[in-house]
Structures are given as C-alpha cells and as structure tokens.
Design a protein around this ligand. Structure first.
Ligand SMILES: [Zn+2]
Length: 395
C-alpha cells in the first residue's frame, strides 16, 4: 500500500491529533518517509495524485497506542532469534498490533531474548511494535515461583537477580544498564520473603536516573508503594487492591514525587477468576477505587495491563478505567501522550503532528461515543508502514 517513497494518505476520518484538542472532521493525515508530513482538514492538505490513499471515511484516526506494562516471558517468545518470521509476526499481532499497540514497555523478561526479538522487528523482518525493556526484574530472595508453577503459568524459566541490600541493588542495576536495558524493574516483596527496604529502591534508582532511565516497581501492598516511592521509583506498575484502599499518606507521597501509575485492573479479576463472585467484585472494586483516588489527585496514568500474564484483549481494561471515572480523552492520554512524555518521546510519539513518526491507528467506530471502539482496530501503522490490517493475514 505504501509507495516506494513511503507516501500514504489517510483520507476522510475523524482525526484526534491529541487528547486535548478538538478532532479534525473529514481530515487527512499525509505520511512521507515514515513521518507525518501534514495533518488537517481535507481542504487544507494537498495530496499529490500519485500518493496512495486509504479511505478512512466514518473511521477514527489516533496516534499509535502505548502499553506501558507488558512481558515477553511467555514460552511462545523463547528462542526469539529462531522463531519463523511468519509465526513471530502472528504472535505479535495476536498480543499487540491488532489492538493498536505500536510501543510497549516490557517490565521483566529475559533481556537477551527480548533484545533479539526487538532486533528482528526493528530490522523490518517481522512487523511489530517498538519495544522498550527493563530486562530481568530485581527481586527479593526466594520471590521466584517454583518451576512447576512457572510451567503451569506458561512462562519461560528466567533466572532473576536477587537483591537484599543497596550494594547488591546498585550492582545488579548497573549490570543491566551496561547491557543496554531501557529502565529498571523491582519486585517489592513476595509471600516468601521480607519486603525490599527503601535503600534498595534508592540504590537502583540512582543508577537508572544517572542515565535518564525510569524505574518501575511491582508492589503487593500500599506499604510497598510508599516504600518504593520514597526510594525514588518513577512508575507504580500495579494498583494493590489486596491491601485495601490507598490512604492519604500513600496518595500524597505518590503525588509529591510525580510518579505515574499503570492500573492493570483486569489482572485482579483474572487472578480471582476461580474465587466466589463477591470476593472477585470486592477486589476489582478496590482496584478501581485506587485508580479513582489517584485521578482525584490529578495523578498521571499510563495504560498498562501486564500483558503476558492476562488475556490479550483490552476491552475489560477500558471498561474498568471508565468505571473509575476516566473519560475517553483521559484514556486516550494514558495510551498516547502520557507515556510519550514520561518516556522522553514526546517529540516523536503520542500525537499526530507534522514531523512526528507516523505511528497511527485507524478505528472502525468513534471511541468518544463508545469507549469499546478503542479495540475496533482496522489498521495499525508504525513509521508509516501498515503492520496490521483487519481481515488480511499477517505476513
Ligand atoms: Zn507485570
């Protein structure tokens, strides 16, 4: 579809250039050489007759989505260097591109393996999203599930660095950063060991921040959130509904340090799926309540679902975010501008404007009227190339 010069025009859709601006109706997005060359009303953007076009009438165009909490740790990603390209492409489509994700942050996996996966995508061999990764997460001793459980969960067996004190945390973080990871992830606690102390977060954060890279925490309780935030962590990778609502101390300290939150609300329902309905509802409602409380503080939300540990379809996450009080525009921000800003990509990603990379999505409906239209992805484009088209087999 894209011409040799990498030109393509998306014509006739409702274009959300950003979550805060009024959409352009009957708009045009002109792509050249992987970038957005122009955006505006059909009357205002000139399209040369030789430029191929995609009819987007009745459709909605947004910037490509970020999922800021995924994992490439399912067994299907093992030996990423040798999985046949067609199969790899299908797997990436099932998990990500069919839902419009053009950028993801992997928060713990085998770095060596994930880097190979990324290389194959970035070389153009396999259509897929832009990947950032923390590599292996830092864990308290004994936090890894047993091999039997890992197998049952369908995951790869990945050794992870265990840390108990600041010196170990600094050294483990430095090793990963030397190997080129894009951030650092810490698991705050496990049922089988004491929680990591603030000094451990601080040590890992110092190493990452020196290189301008973000630090993520997997907390299991409100207390874990507080300790991690005080230790300098940037992104809280989960709500923590099992420890009850977040109190003022937790929320104020999150706000004061300007952290961001990936809510992962669907995860709680998924893990509780074998429990009685009332218990499921209680946990789900507490998670939604924590997100609502964070929004009331004006806190930053990054869309993130813990993909790899849950079903791929984001439908329920959008519903739960709506239940927590998020509008379409707030959800769109969590998918586009908020992660682009947080990860230093706002000059390249997150909006539709001339000069930005052409990471774009075409949706069948209008998500401002029905939030579930966010899942009705017709086309996903990365750098101006169509990497997913509904109804056509993946390459
Ligand atoms: Zn996770």
């Amino acid at each position: 579809m894209t011409s040799i010069a990498g030109e393509l025009a998306l014509v006739g859709g409702t274009v959300y250039v950003s979550p805060t601006e009024e959409p352009v109706r009957d708009g045009v997005v002109l792509i050249q050489g992987g970038e957005i060359a122009a955006v505006g009303s059909r009357a205002s953007v000139q399209i040369h007759p030789t430029v191929p076009s995609l009819d987007c009438a009745g459709r909605t165009i947004t910037a490509g989505f970020w999922n800021s909490h995924v994992h490439f740790f399912e067994r299907k990603w093992a030996n990423a260097a040798t999985i046949p390209a067609a199969e790899l492409g299908r797997q990436l489509q099932d998990m990500l591109t069919r839902y419009g994700f053009t950028s993801v942050f992997d928060l713990s996996s085998s770095w060596e393996n994930t880097r190979r996966l990324r290389d194959r995508i970035d070389s153009g061999e396999v259509p897929g999203p832009r990947i950032r990764s923390t590599g292996e997460g830092l864990i308290p001793p004994g936090a890894l599930p047993t091999e039997t459980v890992v197998n049952m969960m369908g995951l790869m067996k990945i050794p992870m660095p265990e840390v108990t004190d600041a010196a170990q945390a600094a050294s483990a973080a430095r090793k990963l950063l030397d190997e080129g990871v894009d951030g650092i992830k810490l698991f705050a606690s496990s049922p089988r060991s004491a929680s990591l102390p603030e000094s451990v977060f601080q040590a890992a954060a110092d190493e990452a921040h020196r290189l301008g890279k973000p630090v993520f925490v997997h907390p299991n309780s409100g207390m874990d959130v507080l300790t991690a935030v005080r230790g300098g962590v940037d992104i809280i990778a989960h709500t923590t509904p099992h420890s009850g609502p977040w109190d003022e101390t937790i929320l104020a300290s999150m706000k004061e340090r300007s952290v961001a939150l990936t809510p992962t609300l669907t995860l709680w329902k998924y893990y509780m799926r074998h429990d009685c309905l009332s218990a499921q509802e209680q946990v789900a409602n507490t998670g939604v309540g924590q997100l609502r409380a964070w929004l009331a503080c004006g806190g930053t939300v990054l869309f993130g679902t813990d993909l790899g540990a849950v079903e791929y379809d984001p439908t329920e996450e959008y519903s739960l975010m709506t239940q927590a009080g998020m509008s379409f525009r707030q959800i769109l921000a969590s998918l586009t501008t908020a992660p682009a800003d947080r990860f230093g990509e706002s000059q390249r990603s997150g909006r539709i404007a001339a000069g930005l990379q052409a990471d774009l999505i075409v949706l069948a409906g209008d998500p401002s009227k029905d939030i579930q239209a966010l899942t009705a992805v017709e086309y996903t484009l990365r750098g101006g190339k169509i990497i997913y088209a509904r109804g056509s087999p993946s390459r």
